[in-house]
Write a protein that binds this ligand. Sequence first.
Ligand code: ZN
Length: 425
Amino acid sequence: MLILIPQQAAEKVRSLGSWGRLSLRINDPEQFAVVRGLSQQGQAIFPVEPSPEHRLLASYPAVSTGWWLSVSPDLHLMWLALMARRGTSLTLDAFRAAVPSGYKAPGAPGYLAITHAPGLKDAYPEHGLPDLLAWHVTPGGAQPIAVSVEPDITGIRQLDDHWPVHELQSKRIMLVGAGSIGSATAHALAGYGIGSLTLIDPDRLAWHNLVRHTSARKHIGRHKVTALAEELTALRPDTKVAAHALDVIEHADRIRALLTDTNLVVCAADGVAARRVTGHLARRAGLTAVLACVLEGGALGEILRLRPWPHHGCLTCQRHNLADAGGLDPEPTLDAGYGTGTTHRPMTAVGTDLHLIAHLAAKTAVATLLERAGHPDQRLPGEHALLGLRRQPDWAPPFDLDRTAELRWLDATPPRTGCPTCETP
Ligand SMILES: [Zn+2]
């Protein structure tokens, strides 16, 4: 059995004095319970606010089933010792001795008790014991029960001491494309603690997307951005998500307007045209664009970081420069719609391979922002990353990755004369 104590219930127990009644919702099959209400001594039970995450328990009635008791800190030390030896229990006399007032003798079925040890930190500063614990008290003795008290902070700020949460919470990233790579990129960016995401994708979630997308089946028929925004809000509430069912080519003007308060753009859209337009809009707005895709039927993952710098060329310039150097343009046939046409090789990558690229794209985006914000430890090895998802030794350089999971970083290539994206208008 595990007893969950929501923050509001914990605060009440800590402030109400010596003892009171306890009401729980108990999920018997899964053996856990949540505190639903409590009283001050023998008065009426008042409800504590149910946390949304405890809706799972809403179908179970709240039962007045026990007591909360203020106890001496020694009892919590004993709880720890008993927990280490499964199946052991404390004698009823020893339990009673630790309860200064409000002790209740158990009937045959026993009762559940939450104990609060107010002086715990002073008595045992080194143990890190919780001040709230739980017991099953029966005529045979008191058995320890696991508890989990809702902490003050459950979100990204928990990582404040280890990760520049504060800086990332003030940043906005625009993500163009909310498909298989895009949806996983959105989750990864939120996981890094990006404060605001703007999602751009005109498509709706269809059955065939489910195998690679992060969204659940129940969202079929909805815009991908809407479903993704809803799921992210539930999972990572520290990231504010704005969803726009827009096409980056057709609605370029509206997207340009959205770039004014954006710090960086990530493009995970299918098709060369969408990638080129995204790169163009970002460069015109003076923003770095991170382009993520898979090539050669999912054999190769690619991340391109296009910075609006004089010596960094756009996607088109980069591809031309590669071809001029004896390489190949891996994208000329990718203009056809997703999974259509005979010249276009349908994407054959498995979802998790695509998510691997998504996570590398998110890392690239976040590292770019952090390096600029004064974190030199986030500097990347280059501007163009290739990740082998299946070995590809026969491709022309630089795509000739010999090994699966090989990661190759290359430098930026310069702009070409006359490029409408790279040259200042
Ligand atoms: Zn260019």
